[in-house]
Each structure stands twice: as C-alpha cells, then as structure tokens.
Design a binder for this molecule. Structure first.
Ligand SMILES: Nc1ncnc2c1ncn2[C@@H]1O[C@H](COP(=O)(O)OP(=O)(O)O)[C@@H](O)[C@H]1O
Ligand code: SF4
Ligand SMILES: [Mg+2]
Length: 315
C-alpha cells in the first residue's frame, strides 16, 4: 500500500543543509497501523508533512514515496491536490487549526464532500450528519449546526476525524491525535479509530511521543531518534524483545500497571541534532564506547521483520 524508501528531508542552513529526516524506509500494508514513536523534535511531524507534500520553508524532500503505484515524491502541487485530503488524510493534535472557526462543523464536512465527491449540497449535508453519527457524536443533526468552539475537545477531535474520513482515505496520518485529551477521551478516540479502520480497511500512520498510546493501536512500530529509525519491528516483538538501548529506555518509562508508580524513570539528557559523527544516541547511552562515538550504526535486520541500528546488537 504505502512504501517509503530512503526518505530525506533537509533545510538549508548557514553551515550547509540541516538533515531533519535521514534515510527513512518503511511500509504500511492495507488495513494496518504503523506506530512511529520518538521524543519531541525527532522528525515525526516532518515525516508526515513529506507524505502530504506539505514541507514548506525551502525544505527539500528526497527518496521515494510509493503509494498506489505512484511515486508521490515526484508530484507537483497540482498532482498533490488530487491526493491530499482525498486518498491521504491527516488528523493532528489541535483540531482548531484544521477547522474554520466561523463555519458550522456540518457545513465544513459537507464542503469537503461537495469538493471531492461531486455530490449536491443537500446530499452532502445528509452525509455530513451520517459521518458525525459514525464518529460517535450524539444528536449529530443538532451538533452539525455548532461552530468548532462550541464543541468540547473530545467532540472536536471526533469532528476532525469525521472530516478526514469524509472522502474515505486509503491512508490516514494521525499525528499526536490524542495528546491534548484526557485519558478516558483518549481511549475512546483510539477505539473509534480502530473500528473505523476495520470498517474501511484503511492504513494508518500513527505518530506519538508516547509509546503506551502507540502500543494500543499499532501492528508494527518504528522508533525514531534524531531523524532516523533506530528500531523497527512488529509491535509484539518490540515489546517482548526490545534491542536498542533507546527503545529499552522508552519501555522503562512506561507505567507498570501492576504497581502504583510514583515517579517514572526518565531517559537522561535530550535529543541533540548538533552531532556530526557516530551514533546520535551515544551521549545518553549507558553502553556507548569509542566505536559508537566515531561510526554511525546502520539499521540492520536481526530477525525477520526486526531491524535495529546499534553496534552492540550488530557488532
Ligand atoms: N522550517 C524548518 N527549518 C529547519 N528546521 C525545522 C523546520 N521546521 C522544523 N524544523 C526542525 O525539525 C526537527 C523535527 O521537527 P518535527 O518533525 O516537528 O519533530 P516531532 O514531530 O518529532 O516533534 C526539529 O528539530 C525542528 O526544530
Ligand atoms: S551504537 Fe553504541 S551508543 Fe548507539 S545505542 Fe548502540 S551502544 Fe548505544
Ligand atoms: Mg510533531
């Protein structure tokens, strides 16, 4: 369905190009979810923007984005418009930025339908109400008349999902879609996404800084650090057999459901982008040695479907 190969995103900087996403390769089969996890600033959002042709500010996108037998990386803006919001849709943390504050929610969804599906206004309005019902919004006909600010955070997020689903996308990119919501609402939204995925056989690229959230929905997980994949495996395998020290650290930071943890373990240090050579994680890694600091490890397969970039795993 989606096959990304050697994706790079770079921006011009005073000392040459700054590489934000570095040679990322992954696939998402039809009807499956890939979770992409990593700390803030590691390039997750930039990866999503590249898939939508929305990298701005002079950013350069390289590599191939194979989607339905076309290479999206070669698309011009006119071609992007035929794909964006139609075959690939995106939802993110703050629905207010995706919505028009002075247009009712129902009308916004109806406009998407009129534009993409070439149906009449009355039919579109009916479909908009159906979609609001489908994402679990009570009294959808009445809610359709509401403006975005009149909805609660959770309802607004549901409305954004309804808008994203209006054109039945083959791929949904969800970038921290539940980060701003409280835990109960978050669980409801994740459940909703799983149900809708099953109904429509939609592929999902689910992005979060929170491994616990990703583990609720993902079939496979790619762990990113400083613009690169450091570990990529089926979700069960990643939890049963985490091999990269960064992944092990992320798993240690998860709350243990059997214990009431007062304070969570936190990986010391933070992501740095100013390192020119060696493993980008070396400054924070308890196992780092001179080889780690000199040579950047390659992402290599250690068992079928399980890839790791670490010298200690792949000596
Ligand atoms: N227009 C830009 N020019 C240069 N660097 C940028 C630009 N936009 C974002 N960045 C940098 O790209 C990095 C990755 O950002 P982002 O993809 O938003 O990370 P994430 O979503 O994982 O938090 C950050 O270090 C950010 O400072
Ligand atoms: S390559 Fe070295 S520094 Fe990097 S994660 Fe592995 S052990 Fe740590
Ligand atoms: Mg982000």
């Amino acid at each position: 369905m989606l096959a990304v190969k050697d994706l790079k995103v770079s921006f011009p900087g005073p000392q040459g190009p700054v590489n934000i996403v570095r040679r990322l390769s992954y696939q998402i089969p039809r009807g499956e979810t890939l979770g992409i996890v990593g700390e803030s600033g590691c390039g997750k959002t930039m990866t999503s923007l590249a898939l939508l042709g929305l990298v701005a500010g002079g950013g350069k996108v390289e590599g191939t984005i194979d989607f339905g037998n076309r290479d999206l990386a070669k698309f011009d803006q006119r071609q992007w418009q035929t794909v964006r919001g139609r075959e690939i849709a995106m939802i993110f943390q703050e629905p207010m930025t995706a919505m028009n504050p002075v247009m009712s929610v129902g009308r916004q969804i109806a406009e998407v339908l009129v534009k993409h599906e070439k149906i009449g206004k009355a039919a579109a309005h009916g479909r908009a109400i159906d979609l609001l019902a489908q994402v679990g919004i009570p009294s959808p006909a009445r809610r359709a008349e509401d403006y975005p600010h009149q909805l609660s955070g959770g309802m607004r997020q549901r409305a954004m999902i309804a808008m994203a689903l209006a054109c039945r996308p083959k791929l949904l990119i969800a970038d921290e879609p539940t980060t701003a919501l409280d835990v109960t609402i978050q669980a409801q939204i994740l459940d909703l996404m799983l149900t809708l995925q099953e109904d429509a056989q939609m592929s999902i690229q689910f992005i979060s800084h929170n491994l616990a959230v990703v583990s609720e929905v993902a079939h496979a997980i790619m762990v990113m650090y400083a613009g690169k994949a450091v570990e990529y495996a089926p979700a069960d395998e990643l939890f049963d057999n985490p091999l990269h020290p960064y992944t092990q650290g992320l798993i240690q930071t998860l709350p243990d459901p059997d214990k009431r943890v007062e304070r969570l373990y936190v990986i010391p240090g933070r992501v740095t982008t100013d390192i020119a050579a060696g493993c980008r994680f070396a400054r924070r890694c308890p196992f780092a040695d001179d080889v780690c600091r000199a040579v950047e490890p390659e992402l290599l397969e250690v068992s079928p479907g399980h890839q790791v970039a670490c010298h200690k795993v792949n000596p």
